[in-house]
Write a protein that binds this ligand. Structure first.
Ligand code: GLP
Length: 234
């Protein structure tokens, strides 16, 4: 399996490496980036904001977006991306699923079509504590493309830290499916902190199973994993 695991002593080094990795990809001609949100990506976007990276010739596609959260809500992924990255380092065009679309099925089809027309060169990925990637919760068939999902209670609880209470965390989202994620030419996955250990162990040592969606990455030919966790490859 073509999985490169890079372990860092501290997260500053990890995020500097990740930022340089992406900068190098731009220099090497990557045009289309898949982007992720969550706490894991904030320090990366901070390093990128302060760098001289130039994404103005590139296009971005985000993995997912909550359904029904007003766009101006600070935790909508649209606003997150504006604040964390796009206001500072704009892409020529940036797409996220529209979680406020009146017709969610049509929006799903539209996002799928956009992805089909714009193959992703480099996909940035975090991972949920239960092994979810994007918002592909355990049990999601690997063949799924963009779709609407009902979030698990554990994911809503994990994300409640960004909201005033769990009641404010949306129950649904639109996410790229695992089939879309696997189409990316290269994947850069970041897993930081003890809470991600079980998910990362399942990627490195587990069997490929829908019970831990991250394990599907074993079937991708070009995945780089950055972590501060000591996980032996043996
Ligand atoms: C969120 C996002 C994922 C993200 C994951 C981990 O719910 N949908 O794309 O990778 O959960 O989030 P965090 O980085 O905050 O731990």
């Amino acid at each position: 399996m073509a999985l490169q695991l890079k372990t860092f002593e501290n997260t500053d080094e990890l995020y500097n490496f990740a930022a340089q990795f992406l900068q190098q990809k731009v220099k090497d001609g990557a045009k289309t980036f898949g982007l992720a949100t969550g706490g894991t990506m904030q320090p990366l976007y901070q390093v990128l904001r302060q760098s001289d990276v130039d994404f103005s010739g590139c296009t971005s596609f985000n993995l997912d977006e909550y359904i029904g959260l007003p766009i101006e809500h600070p935790e909508s992924y649209f606003t997150y991306m504006q604040k964390e990255l796009f206001e500072h380092k704009p892409f020529s065009k940036s797409y996220l699923p529209n979680g406020l679309a009146e017709d969610i099925d049509a929006e799903v089809a539209h996002y799928n079509e956009l992805l089909a027309q714009n193959p992703i060169d480099v996909q940035l990925l975090g991972v949920g504590e239960n092994g979810h990637i994007g918002f592909n919760e355990p049990g999601t068939p690997f063949s799924e493309k963009v779709h609407a999902v009902t979030l698990t209670e554990s994911t809503r609880e994990a994300n409640a830290r960004f909201f005033n209470s769990i009641d404010e965390v949306p129950e649904k989202a639109i996410t790229m499916g695992i089939a879309n994620i696997l189409e990316a030419k290269e994947i850069l996955l970041i897993a930081v902190g003890e809470k991600k250990r079980a998910a990362l162990e399942s990627l490195v040592h587990g069997e490929v199973t829908v019970d831990s969606p991250i394990t599907v990455l074993q079937q991708h030919g070009n995945v780089v994993v950055l972590t501060d966790l000591n996980i032996s490859l043996a």
